[in-house]
Design a protein around this ligand. Sequence first.
Ligand code: BG6
Length: 480
Amino acid sequence: MTKFTSDRLLLFGATGDLSRRMLLPSLCALDAEGLLDPRIEIVGTARSDLDDFGFRNFARESLEQFLPANRRGGMAQFLNRLSYQPLDANDIDSFQALAQKVGTPKEGLSIFLSTAPSLFEPTIHGLEKSGLAGKNVRIGLEKPLGVDLTSSKVINDAVAHAFPEDRIYRIDHYLGKETVQNLLALRFANLMFEPLWNAAHIDHVQITVAETVGLESRVAYYDDSGALRDMVQNHILQLLALVAMEPPVSYDATSVRNEKVKVLHSLRKAVASDTVTGQYRAGAIGGQAVPGYDDELGKDSGTETFVAIKAYIDNWRWQGVPFYLRTGKRLPRRTTEIVVQFRDVPHSIFHGRGAKTVPNRLVIGIQPEENITLSLMAKVPGLDRNGFGLRSVPLAITMPDAFAGPQRRIAYERLLLDLIEGDQTLFVRRDEVEAQWEWIDAVRAGWEEHELEPKPYTAGSWGPSAAIALAERNGVTWHE
Ligand code: BG6
């Protein structure tokens, strides 16, 4: 792996939504904490016809809107690091001007590419031609990286033409979340879970990523994508891989990604009857009326805004254990959580006393609540006639309470820092992303074969009733 700290950062899509909401605030927060190399200069580029001054103004407004005031300490210093160069990615000549603006880095350059998929190839070509793809350059790629395996290979090939894999940083922002990294701490820095973490002791796993938002302003992108490609292909499959993988030899890019990709390769092709898709209709969330998807879109559409899948991992550890995956827009509340449902004790000594055991359950709250709750059986205090009453009680850790002090950070802070400094552990390798697409393509092929149409669900509900039935067929209830 090429080790250098970048003293130049080049942001493509610098005036876009991601930049405004996430990238500029993250960079400013890193700078305020002294985590950016003091030499760093940041060049923004996009189509908009701005100059340095205009871009700094744009950045200032973004920071005031999206970065809490207590994290904006070094804003003036940060704004001084910014400059801007307009670019038409389809015009090869405009890359020369960009290269001049970037200048010669003392140590290295990091590029963050967040552009429309159609601009990927011309951009890579332009970077190559203008000398912006040398040995001391690494590139971060934001989604969407294709819409299926074939198109993702085209993008991966185009990037590979200019950059070796050890300088390519594919972003899945879920990996930048502290609570997602905490999954690794929970599994591999504690002794007690690993011996139980397998089919002998785990009945099933649930992974839910629920959102209250609807289409937002992403009409064109979302309607072409749908929930499966937008959320399952990347975020949910990454969460699944982290939950299911074998212990890596060490916490480094090669070891961690080697283990994740084995899980992705072991995913069994999901049959259509193990999947449910839905699309929201008008309803209410938190007492507010919200329109249906078709109304927001302004036309009829067959795109799914909800998907539930019963997935299986065909390896020794997970044989026969269903992984229930679920994501949707306009669900009752925003929550990302992982539920590990353990099996019941093999024999209950309390049975004769009429007391029932409830199997243990581990709930890992990723967002917005960051907590870990393990349900344990306990004796109900008191002089019960049978001598024993049992009840399930929570052993709960609220992460912000356990770690009073550290800030809640934006996932992109971690990822930008790692891109700048050259740590690929939290970035997705080519074989991972291609294994993810392969599995997703097979799901979509099943839908097409069975002419599956998304079932309507009312905004503010937990999706179509078929999703409940999918779990109930195995005697499982979704955790809500
Ligand atoms: C993005 C999806 O990758 O993740 C969006 O494109 C989704 O549709 C978002 O809203 C969710 O991210 P987070 O961090 O808010 O859970």
